[in-house]
Design a protein around this ligand. Structure first.
Ligand SMILES: Nc1nc2c(ncn2[C@@H]2O[C@H](COP(=O)(O)OP(=O)(O)OP(=O)(O)O)[C@@H](O)[C@H]2O)c(=O)[nH]1
Ligand SMILES: [Mg+2]
Length: 198
């Protein structure tokens, strides 16, 4: 499935955060998008330009209709994919649902657990040795105050260097800036030959 000379931009995030929607926006492909968590079940590379692919991941974390065994398999597959030799993954894009982030963090912190998104971002930066793009999606569903609170949470955890964006894939606010910056990073790393996508 995955050839040697390929490069990847990985798209990770919790179930239902908008990974497939972002991929469709960036690549004009038609990944299925679901109302319910667990729509994407396989790691699927989607061609973007030349030998560069976006990689759609299943959401990690608990999903009602999935067995523990399937969940662990998905987790292992994700980790295995991310542990490619340095350089293969240009940079990761991690997407967060702005409208549920705060609640999720609050309930985990009460139990003394580090939120899964925070853990994942740290892991992504370490394993790819790059500065991940962090995308707060569904801006249309939250107030500005809520967005600010989300950012305060992020600061609290002293994450490695990241690039933060606030977007809505529904209204498309913030999307063109994100796309422009992703494209710029691709060209910085792989050269001008990679500029022919829109
Ligand atoms: N209001 C709103 N809904 C959104 C936005 N982005 C995505 N959605 C909706 O959120 C749901 C999940 O979107 P997907 O793109 O399938 O999410 P996913 O992360 O790929 O989900 P899984 O594959 O299940 O892990 C769909 O109903 C989308 O229409 C947004 O910016 N605003
Ligand atoms: Mg999906």
């Amino acid at each position: 499935m995955i050839m040697k000379n390929n490069y990847f931009i990985t798209i990770t995030g919790r179930p239902n955060s908008g990974k497939s929607s972002l991929i469709n926006y960036l690549s004009h492909s038609k990944q299925s998008i679901g109302k319910y968590a667990g729509t994407t079940v396989r790691i699927s590379p989607i061609p973007l330009v030349r030998n560069l692919h976006l990689v759609d991941f299943p959401g990690f974390g608990r999903i009602m209709k999935r067995s523990k065994k399937e969940e662990n398999q998905i987790k292992d597959d994700i980790i295995l994919f991310l542990e490619k030799p340095p350089g293969k993954i240009l940079f990761p894009v991690h997407i967060i649902d702005s409208s549920t982030f705060y609640k999720m963090v609050e309930s985990l912190e009460k139990k003394g657990i580090i939120p899964i998104d925070i853990e994942m971002i740290t892991f992504l930066a370490e394993v790819t040795r790059t500065s991940p793009f962090i995308v707060f999606n569904k801006a249309d569903k939250v107030s500005e105050q809520q967005q600010n609170e989300n950012l305060i949470i992020m600061e609290k955890y002293h994450l490695p260097e990241t690039r933060l964006y606030e977007i809505s894939l529904k209204t498309k606010q913030g999307c063109s800036l994100l796309k422009k910056d992703i494209k710029k990073s691709v060209i910085d790393i792989l050269g001008k030959k990679y500029q022919q996508w829109d």
